[in-house]
Design a protein around this ligand. Structure first.
Ligand code: F6P
Length: 359
């Protein structure tokens, strides 16, 4: 009997989406031969809500292993608005269920991060067969050791720090590099260590600006003419950490800086003698080809999703735990955030070689 599988990519893009799509599709064609139809849904949940999809052909999945972005397109559809009927009277959940039925799907494969996963779980609760693949450069999805996109972004952020190193050295400057990662510090921690940063500031370890300044001044005294700070976009000071979430949000509303690194640069200006510059690589970190590690990871996650479809293992994320692909029930993980444990090995090793976390 013909199997019909839908596939969509939702939320911020990253490297490896096409490699994972390819893994799912090639795995399905191997499992079911001509008895499978794959529907590509456009622009994430938006395409599912509004019925924008197309039947894909095996050729559509060729030559995409190394391609950045997502051939299906993506969009952000916040989870908190999913059950809200919008101003045009669109019932999003009904739309998604109706289109799932219209395509006569046996399963919907959903590639995305935390928010996407919450909606995948909502669709599971509504009775749809779903499988989620963990995508994000932030590596913040609970229940999997690693997400695809992360290693590729680490490579890019590390390369940025490497390049900044040479110019910082020539000029004897302090450089503050802002690394993505949303509310967690995985990306900054890895890129910071790999790039040889002198200071690493993470959301998980609130910083004291005087401690950061002391570290930089100690380097000057020791004859080091330059310093590199790798700062997570979600980094917070000790003062901010003492505020409630609401108070912090309010304080940030009056924030005159485009992002955290500009504020840190201003705060350090009176306390450190070197010239200070900032560098914000931003979405550059999500672009381009997936690295070799991610190509392998995406192929494994995608192929495993195809196997789960054959075995009728639904309502799960394909997680990578201790080097193995495992089915992780969505109800156990949806809505949970995987932060960096402050006593993890990477942080311990970084401290042992003298990297400051500003605490
Ligand atoms: O979740 C991936 C991510 O790149 C985060 O690191 C960052 O905070 C956010 O997305 C940026 O979102 P947008 O692409 O909507 O600007």
């Amino acid at each position: 009997m013909m199997k019909r599988i839908g596939i969509l990519t939702s939320g911020g893009d990253c490297q490896g989406l096409n490699a994972a799509i390819r893994g799912v599709a090639k795995g399905l064609y191997q499992e079911f031969g001509k008895d499978v139809e794959i529907y590509g849904i456009k622009d994430g949940y938006k395409g599912l809500i509004f019925g924008e999809y197309k039947l894909m052909k095996p050729n559509d999945f060729s030559g995409i292993l190394t391609l950045g972005g997502t051939l299906l397109g993506t969009s952000r559809q916040p989870f908190k608005t999913m059950r809200v009927i919008d101003e045009n009277s669109v019932d999003k959940v009904k739309g998604m269920k109706d289109n799932y039925k219209k395509m006569k799907l046996d399963c919907l494969v959903i590639l995305g991060g935390n928010g996407t996963q919450k909606t995948a779980n909502l669709l599971r609760e509504e009775g749809l067969n779903v499988i989620h693949l963990p995508k994000t450069i932030d590596n913040d999805i609970w229940g999997t050791d690693i997400t695809f996109g992360f290693h590729s972004a680490v490579e890019i952020a590390t390369n940025v720090i490497d390049c900044i190193h040479t110019t910082a050295t020539s000029h004897g400057r302090v450089f503050i590099v802002e690394v993505m990662g949303h509310k967690v510090g995985w990306l900054t921690l890895s890129a910071g260590i790999a790039g040889g940063a002198d200071v690493i500031l993470l959301p998980e370890i609130p910083y004291d600006i005087d401690k950061v300044a002391k570290c930089l001044n100690d380097r000057i005294k020791a004859g080091k003419k330059f310093s590199i700070l790798a700062v997570a976009e979600g980094a917070i000071s000790k003062q901010e950490a003492a505020l409630s979430k609401k108070e912090r949000k309010k304080a940030r509303e009056n924030f005159p800086h485009p992002s955290i690194v500009y504020r840190i640069a201003e705060e350090l200006a009176g306390k450190v003698d070197n010239e200070i510059r900032v560098c914000v690589p931003g979405h550059f970190q999500r672009g381009g080809s997936p690295c070799a590690y991610d190509r392998v990871l995406c192929t494994r996650l995608g192929a495993t999703a195809a196997r789960y479809i054959k075995e009728k293992t639904f309502g799960v994320m394909v997680g990578m735990v201790n080097g193995q692909c495992v089915p992780v029930p969505l109800q156990d993980v949806a809505g949970k955030l995987k932060s960096v444990p402050v006593d993890c090995d990477e942080i311990k090793a970084a401290r042992q070689i003298g990297i400051s976390f500003g605490d």
